[in-house]
Design a protein around this ligand. Structure first.
Ligand code: GCW
Length: 678
């Protein structure tokens, strides 16, 4: 088997199985749907490949006919009842859900639909690949219908914030001929129950909509379809003008409305099951409805109406903000999303979903939960995460992200003094919305590791698992991924668990603690330490650091008023410095470097200490990994070792750059006499 990474966590590495174990391996695979384009067909062949590859066991495939003994049956619940007879004890399944039973004389993998059946097959394969033969019978249902990924691929083949090579979809303005990588991506996505991919950058280029490219989109959709993965596309708001030759792109103009209807019709001719559109408008220089004094909802509804005849949805991004002037103490980019969207609540068509970044700024190492989740009651919403480690080491640092995401998914916003977990808001449960879910930016490229690093794949795997069930435990998810990716050796499991679980805290410690955000180069690269770049720009990711004090005052009483965007109970916690958690202190308050934290340490000493301890953990990653030599194949061992070696050095660069910067700025000595004593 190739060790280069294309199979990700679907390697089906060989395991031994003798005696009792062999009797539990099914000899037959019964596939209840024989249409080659059905996900159930794929389920059958995956099961065959998996059994062969993991246990060297050949299982015959029977199409469309039930067989009695020693078989694994895969299909929909309905097909099973038609073909194999009655069945009791299966609860009502949600769309895409499945029933898995390994009890009794056969293994039954039954989906509520074709896609669900494939998900169930991957679940069973995941058990087999982890040597798990326990007798189980349970239903698994998605917590939300929207489980998407967003690629930021450009038409020329480059990828915005992509760290795994050029696009697998585009090259030189067109869709690539060879879509074999697209197929492999579909397989990985299906195995973690992702049901749609938006394939082009939110900073979209209208040329995606030329007739030639529409055909290409059809080809991509055909490749993904057997995996139950739909495609969506990002739109450029100005397309009617730039591509259509109209003299306007006003969303209320009839010629514009007609133009979009006709484009949508042509799209559905090529991609009959297209998932929908993703739109970034009036943000970071992208065109939008504001150009014509129209509201964001008028902009979103333009597309929503065009999609309604086909059942598509519009993911409309809440990432809208303007450049700001730092000399104004009240200016605050964190307030923008609520300022723009709260007044529009209820004005969006039913098939619009507002896609909200997890925090109010931009994928920082720590942010409070976006208050917009607590301000939309009559509008569907989805959370936007970033598997791409844009501000978080760009795949050159190991940072296992699910623990960070959980700080937001599990956060209780206490709307109307009632439990209001973000994960229940985005699933639509809390405010009774039909649509909702999650999207993650995943910039896979042609690199054979997909993301540029083997270990970063735990984030893609973890994202899928949490999109299906946000209540899952990040460490348990991680351990499934480790066993599937690196095998069952307990030392490997223990070591990789430890290293991964320590990775986000370590990165936070050496890159930006206490809620000050990732102190990286804010202007261009978003990579490496550059605390001085944070202030004096229009981007609004400020620290307001001077020689005596640091932090953004976001209180209502004396600052930007951001804390007032939260429901009362939460606002009260953040408004008061004594109840604000230390890890968000500088997000909400502007204090002297000598201010004491709940821990008893001063801000500045905490900076010094945290940067040392973060870099120290990162250094231990390398030695921990080196202890696994011989337990992981050489190719991946070396690839990972090389990156951890780099992270070791770069964490020290981070530590010293940040510590020296604040030491020089404040003139306050490090009580442990490290900073400034080299
Ligand atoms: O985080 C910023 C990125 C941009 C990105 C933008 C967005 C696609 O630096 O590269 O543009 O967010 O999310 O729209």
């Amino acid at each position: 088997a190739a060790e280069n990474g294309l199979d990700g966590w679907l390697r089906y590495a060989s395991l031994s199985c003798t005696g009792q174990c062999r009797s539990k391996l099914p000899a037959n695979i019964v596939v209840l749907n024989a249409t080659e384009t059905s996900p159930i067909y794929i389920a059958g062949s995956e099961l065959q490949i998996g059994l062969k590859s993991i246990y060297g066991s050949h299982a015959e495939i029977t199409w469309g006919k039930c067989k009695a003994s020693s078989s694994v049956v895969v299909g929909t619940v309905e097909q099973y009842r038609e073909t194999c007879g009655s069945l009791s004890g299966i609860p009502e399944l949600e769309e895409d859900g499945f029933w898995l039973s390994t009890q009794g004389d056969k293994v039954r993998i039954l989906g509520s639909n074709d896609r669900g059946a494939l998900y169930g097959a991957f679940e069973y394969l995941s058990m087999l690949a982890q040597g798990n033969f326990s007798a189980v019978a349970y239903a698994s249902n998605p917590s939300a219908p929207i489980r998407w990924v967003n690629q930021w691929d450009n038409m020329d083949g480059s990828i915005e914030r992509g760290y795994g090579g050029p696009s697998i979809f585009f090259k030189d303005g067109a869709i690539v001929e060879d879509l074999s990588r697209v197929k492999q991506y579909g397989r990985l996505l299906a195995s973690v129950r992702i049901n749609a991919v938006v394939i082009n950058n939110v900073n979209a280029n209208a040329t995606l909509l030329t007739p030639e490219n529409l055909k290409g989109l059809g080809r991509i959709a055909d490749v993904f379809r057997p995996y139950g993965v739909k495609i969506g596309i990002s739109l450029n708001f100005a397309s009617p003008e730039t591509l259509g030759g109209l003299d306007t792109y006003d969303p209320l103009d009839t010629s514009v409305i007609d133009w979009w209807s006709s484009v949508t019709e042509q799209l559905y001719q090529n991609v009959p099951d297209m998932a929908g559109y993703l739109v970034k408008a009036d943000s970071e220089g992208e065109p939008g409805p504001a150009v014509y004094n129209r509201t964001l909802s008028q902009g979103a509804n333009l597309f929503a109406k065009a999609l309604q005849p086909y059942g598509g949805i519009v993911m409309f991004r809440a990432f809208v903000y303007n450049q700001l002037n730092e000399s104004n103490w009240d200016a605050d980019r964190a307030k923008a999303a609520v300022d723009f969207f709260k007044p529009l609540d209820g004005e969006f068509e039913e098939n619009v979903v507002v896609q909200i970044k997890f925090g109010p700024i931009d994928f920082q190492v720590r942010e409070p939960t976006s208050p917009l989740f607590a301000n939309l009651f009559n509008t569907s919403s989805a959370i936007e995460l970033e598997v791409t480690q844009e501000y978080l080491g760009q795949q050159s640092h190991l940072v296992y992200l699910p623990p960070l995401w959980k700080t937001v998914l599990d956060f209780d916003l206490r709307v109307d003094h009632k439990p209001s977990l973000v994960r229940d808001i985005i699933t639509g449960k809390r405010f009774n919305r039909k649509l909702g879910g999650s999207a993650a930016v995943v910039n896979v490229g042609t690199n054979t590791t997909w993301l540029g690093s083997h270990l970063s794949m735990s984030n893609l795997y973890g994202y899928g698992r949490l999109a299906w069930n946000a209540a899952d435990d990040p460490e348990a998810i991680l351990q499934d991924w480790i066993r599937l990716t690196f095998g069952l050796d307990p030392t490997v499991l223990k070591t990789l668990t430890q290293l991964s679980m320590e990775s986000w805290p370590a990165y936070e410690n050496y890159s930006g603690n206490l809620g000050i955000q990732t102190l990286t180069d804010i202007l261009y690269t978003h990579y490496g330490p550059n605390p001085q770049s944070q202030d004096g720009n229009g981007w609004g990711q400020w620290t307001r650091a001077d020689s005596t004090s640091i932090g953004m005052d976001r209180t209502v009483s004396n600052g930007t008023g951001y804390s007032g965007q939260y429901p009362d109970e939460i606002a009260a916690i953040y408004e008061d410095i004594s109840t604000t958690p230390d890890d968000l202190l500088l997000w909400f308050h502007h204090v002297n470097y000598t201010h004491r934290l709940h821990s008893g340490k001063t801000i500045i000493q905490h900076f010094y200490d945290a940067h040392y301890s973060g870099a120290e953990s990162a250094q231990s990653f390398l030695t921990q990994w080196e202890s696994l030599k011989g337990k992981v194949d050489e190719e991946r061992y070396n690839h990972i070792r090389h990156r951890l070696d780099y992270q070791t050095g770069h964490s020290i660069v981070w530590r010293d750059a940040i510590n020296n910067f604040y030491h020089n700025l404040s003139g306050i000595p490090d009580t442990s006499k490290r900073v400034g004593h080299h």
